[in-house]
Structure formats: C-alpha cells, structure tokens
Design a binder for this molecule. Structure first.
Ligand code: ADP
Ligand code: ZN
Length: 614
C-alpha cells in the first residue's frame, strides 16, 4: 500500500471522509518527508487534519500541537476522542498526577497527538527523557500568527518557540494560521527558525458563506429585519455582533421579548457568565448570542449557520474573521451586515481617537467600500486579501440582485436645498427630519418647520432617505464637518447638482424583507464538495429535525457538544440517504469506525421509526 493509500484509509476509518481537501495531502506528504512548512488556510479550511494525520501515521511516535487557547484545545481533544483517536493535553489546568499519567502514556507510545501550550512545552521538554523526545514526529504550531508583533493577537510566550528547531533540527515544524499578510508570514519563518519552510497558501474564499448587506436600516426597522431573518433560521445557531456592550444586552432582551431566546456576551461579564453562555451556545441550548467581537475566539463550533453584524465592523480583517465563524462545516451559511450612517460616524470617531489615525481611517474606508459596493462583494473581499478572483460569485446580494440605477437628481436637490436653508448648520439626522416633515424639538427650535423644503420628501420612507443620503455623501455632494458637530457642508459638486448643472444616479433602495423570498439554506448546497446527492434524493427536513433531537440527547448523555457527535453535514447525509442498517450508516460522510459503532443504533432506529410513520 502506498503512503497516500494508507493515509486515505485512516481518513475514512478515523474521520469518515473520503478524500483530502485542497492542499491537505501535499502538506502531509511534505511533512512525512521531513520538510518544514507554513500553512495559510482560512478558518474552516481544514488545517487540523494536516498535522493530525502525520501523528496518526507515525508508528510509535506522536505529533505535538502547540495551541494558545485552553478551551480550544479541550474541544479539539474531545472531538478527537469521539473518533477514537488517542489525543491528550498537558496543561496547567490539569492536576499534577493527570499530567504525569499523560507523560507515562507518551513514553509507552500510546498517544498520537499531544496538545500543549507554548510555555508548558518549553518548561516540560527539557525534562523529558530521550525515549519520549525520540518519538516526536512533528511540531505543529497552531495560530502561528501569535508569534508576530505585527499580527492582531501577539502572544509573547510564542516568541520562545524558535528554541525547538535549534534543539531538534531534524523534527519537522508546521506553522498554521488563518492570517495571510506577508509581514506576519515572514516573521513566522524567521522566529521559528524555518527559513526554508515551504509555503502552502490556500484560497481564502469561503464559497458557502453568502454575503449580504442591508443599507440604511436603523432602530425598529433593523430589529424587524433581524427578527424576520432569525425566524427563517429557527432552530439554527447564529451570532449577532454589536458595537457596544449595552447594544448586546439591548438586542438580547428585545429579541427575547419577541420570542427569540438570545443571550448577551461581552467583556464586561464575569468569566463564569461568559463561560456559561459559550457552553450553552456550543451545546445548542442557546441558539442566538448577541456579542461584542470578544465572542467566538475560542469556539470551534462547526454549525454556526449565520453571523449578523448589527453594526459595521472597523475593518475588513475583522469582518472576515467574524463571518468566518459561520459555516465551518462547509454547508451554506449566511453573513448579514447592517450598514448605516450612524455607525460610520461612531467608527470614524473611534479611528480618529486611535493611535494610528491614518491606517485606521484607510481601513474603515475600505470596509465602507465593501458595504457600498455595486460589484460582486466577494471580489472586493478577496482582492483586499490580494487574491485574484476575477468572476462573479453568485452568492452575494449584488450578484443575486443587481442594484437598479435611476436618476436621483431631484432627490439630491431636495436634500441639498434643505441643507442650504439650514445655513449648513444641521446634521444628517436633522436634514432627514426636515425632508420627512417631522416636528422634532431640534427642528422647531431652529424654525426649520417654516422652511420651504419642510416635508418635501414625505413620499420616501426614513430608510430610503437614510440610504440615499448615504449615497449622496459618498458621491461627494456634501461633506460632514467632524469638527463642527457633524454638520453637513455642500461641496462644489453639490452646488452644481443643486443648480441643475449636473445630474447624479442613485442605486434604487430596496426594502429588504427576510420572508419567504429566499429558499431555506439547507436546500441549496453551494460548495461543490457538499454531499453528493443523487438527483432523485433530497433531504427530508422533518427527519433532519428529528435527527437533530437524537444528536442533542446523545450529546447531553455523554457531556459533549452536539456538533462533536455529528456535524450538520453528517445529519443531512442521514436525512438524505435514510440508512437503516449499520452497513449503510457506516459509509456516510463523517461516520468513522468508532462513531459508527457507537451511534448506528440510535440513529438508524430513529430513521426506521420515522419511516414507519410516514
Ligand atoms: P480549521 O482548523 O482550518 O479552521 P478544521 O480543521 O476545523 O478547520 O476543519 C473544518 C471542518 O472541515 C471540520 O469539520 C473538519 O472535520 C472538516 N474537514 C477537514 N478536512 C476535511 C476533508 N478532507 N473532508 C471532509 N471534511 C473535512
Ligand atoms: Zn458576488
């Protein structure tokens, strides 16, 4: 049997997968030859297999996996043990005797994967006898960008890891990260002492995540849209990112009052509370979490089906990392971004107050361009990460629903004339009130209700005005004077439009309703590798729901997260193929030998019962 055949056999028996993805095999092959490597892959790309398989293939040796987050480590080990793979961790949370026992098992060659934090490894490895160190077949450095001061998650303890290559020059090192930029990458090679490491760069595209932006919605409109959206995703897990702590709390309590159980999560909560929310989310006990960006870091949950940004993130890097938490199982997932003027003002404020004004303003501008794009959004994203992507994705709102352009000169003139009549002393909010003819305190106080333009824009909704004013700002008809209470100032171009010398085009605002318009995501496989369903076979959604309950009960009984029993993708395969025997069950996606043994009875029983009642 060739090396590759051997690896494929392990892939089937341990994980229940039939083939390697992308560059996985090349990376493994290179490692088995003793080569060092730097692996850049997006979240959910399948990095773990790259170091797990070499560990499994080594006869009496093991791979060391260096990982910064204890929670993540424990989750990975639970998941591996579910597949019957001997993986253990050495860390400071465990008792002395537990750790000693782990070292004994290492010595006996009974462990294939050892997870460890960098500081623990460096203090421990000098004490190990050669009978242990001789068995090390690989050092895998996960989240390797933590080594770089340029990265977004610098951890000083990582910088000591260069000692490994010095001491064990013959043991291959594999550095893995989802952060792509060149500076970080060069820093990793330098600091780990692997200048000749081969670079494996995968595409950063996540084709299964559909990209959607809603412009101009605020307040109640936004809440209504979020509720509609979640109602389309009932029973599925999702994250709603908010800008501030209090927004997470407000959002969670408003959703809960509308019958959608949601929990807040932010840095101001106690460690215990945060852990509880995280656990409940992982275990599918809470489906919706309203969080600041702090949430999601240490979470490996594969069945997050959507990520909503209730407020726009500060830059594309953050946005991409956050939406990347959806759809790690490769099944269709949705990213929904709300973008409005108020957020822009707040974010610009943040950027101006930050230490690096220029960089942060530039990054914000790029984020804004993404949100306002009238070309395929995925093109913009991937180009931002310097990846060539020269076709439309057909999985973003621009591709699926190209914006309609119309002559917006009349609307622009209404707005510009309102601004002019306030002597350029009003904010965008006040201008909207004037156009809509709302007698707000500020409007009355300044006598704006006496203006000729008062109420001329009544035929447009507030959401429409929000969206159009934003577009006019981007077109350069007026500026926002940040040093003067954000009052609007008409530009030269604006004057030309106001006096009829120039015309402008706007993109038609579309009221976004998340009702029946979209098919349920589970019915439209997006990525090519998604379960090969023969034409006549479709997934039975009622059965899927039933199997989800079975999964939950089994997870509860053995105190693990439901996605560790089986991924959504495996459940879909079951609800499609409807296996009733062990043999039929054992060949499904994600069903390895150990899981087949353990779970074929409860699942096939549920399927048989379901079929009997049809
Ligand atoms: P990363 O660490 O890069 O974020 P993971 O290693 O967690 O990604 O993999 C993401 C998901 O893809 C996991 O559910 C994993 O089991 C699955 N996966 C990885 N490789 C394969 C493969 N060759 N075939 C099918 N599924 C895979
Ligand atoms: Zn597109």
């Amino acid at each position: 049997m060739t090396r590759k055949e051997n690896a494929l056999m392990l892939l089937r028996s341990c994980y229940g997968y039939d083939s390697f993805r992308g560059q996985q095999w090349d990376i493994i092959d290179h490692t088995l030859d003793g080569g060092d490597s730097i692996v850049l892959m997006p979240t959910g790309g399948g990095k773990s297999l790259c170091y797990q398989i070499p560990g499994l293939m080594s006869e009496d040796g093991f791979a060391i996996v260096i990982s910064p987050l204890l929670a993540l480590m424990n989750d990975q080990i639970d998941a591996l043990q579910q597949n019957g793979i001997p993986a253990l961790a050495l860390n400071s949370e465990k008792s002395e005797s537990e750790n000693r026992q782990t070292v004994d098992l290492l010595m006996q060659g009974k462990v294939k994967l050892l997870y460890i934090s960098p500081e623990k490894l460096l203090s421990e490895i000098d004490r190990w006898s050669s009978s242990i160190t001789e068995r090390i077949c690989l050092f895998a450095v996960d989240e390797a960008h933590c080594i770089s001061q340029w990265g977004h998650d610098f951890r000083p303890e990582y910088t000591q890891l260069g000692a490994l290559k010095q001491r064990f020059p013959h043991i291959p090192v594999m550095a893995l990260t989802a952060t792509a930029d060149r500076i970080t990458r060069d820093d990793i090679a330098k600091q780990l002492g692997i200048p000749d490491a081969r670079l494996f760069i995968s595409s950063f595209d996540r084709p299964n995540i559909s990209l959607n932006v809603v412009q101009g919605s605020t307040g109640r409109t936004k809440l209504r849209q979020i509720v509609q959206f979640i109602n389309l995703h009932r029973g599925e897990s999702g994250i709603i990112y908010c800008l501030r702590r209090k927004d997470t709390e407000n959002m969670a309590s408003r959703l809960t009052s509308l019958g959608i159980e949601a929990q807040p999560f932010h840095a101001g909560m106690s460690v215990k509370e945060k852990q509880r929310v995280q656990r409940d989310f992982i275990n599918d006990d809470v489906k919706v979490v309203c969080a600041t960006v702090a949430f999601g870091m240490g979470i490996d949950k594969s069945n997050v089906r959507y990520v909503i940004h209730s407020n726009m993130p500060r830059n594309i890097e953050s946005y991409y990392q956050e939406i990347g938490r959806a759809g790690r199982d490769g099944l269709p997932a949705e990213a929904l971004l709300f973008y409005n003027y108020g957020d822009m003002v707040t974010l610009q404020q943040f950027a101006r107050e930050s230490g690096q004004v220029q960089i942060n303003m530039d990054k914000l501008r790029r984020m804004q361009q993404f949100a306002e794009s009238t070309v395929c959004r995925r093109r913009i994203l991937l180009n931002y990460f310097n990846e060539r992507f020269d076709h439309d994705c057909h999985n973003c709102d621009v591709c699926n629903n190209p914006p309609e352009r119309f002559d917006g000169t009349r609307y622009a003139q209404m707005a510009l004339s309102a601004i002019k009549r306030t002597d350029e002393q009003a904010t965008m909010y006040t201008v909207t009130d004037i156009l809509r003819g709302w007698r707000k305190a500020e409007v009355i106080e300044h006598g704006y209700d006496q203006l000729k333009t008062f109420g001329v824009g009544r035929d447009l909704t507030i959401a429409e005005w929000n969206a159009y004013l934003l577009q006019m700002l981007q077109l350069g008809l007026f500026d926002v004077a940040y040093d003067e209470n954000n009052h609007l100032k008409i530009t030269e171009f604006g004057n030309e439009v106001l006096y009829g010398k120039r015309t402008i085009e706007l993109s038609r605002f579309e009221r976004r309703d998340f009702k029946k318009s979209k098919p349920q995501p589970v019915e439209e496989p997006a990525a090519p590798e998604i379960i090969a369903i023969e034409p006549q076979k479709v997934m039975d959604k009622a059965l899927f729901e039933r199997l989800r309950d079975v999964r939950k009960a089994l997870a509860k009984a053995s105190h693990i997260a439901p996605y560790m029993v089986f991924s959504d993708k495996s459940l879909q395969a079951m609800a499609t193929e409807k296996p009733t025997t062990q043999a039929e069950f054992g060949i499904l996606y994600g069903v390895g030998e150990v899981k087949c043994q353990k779970y074929w009875r409860p699942f096939t029983a549920a399927i048989r019962e379901y079929l009997a009642h049809q």
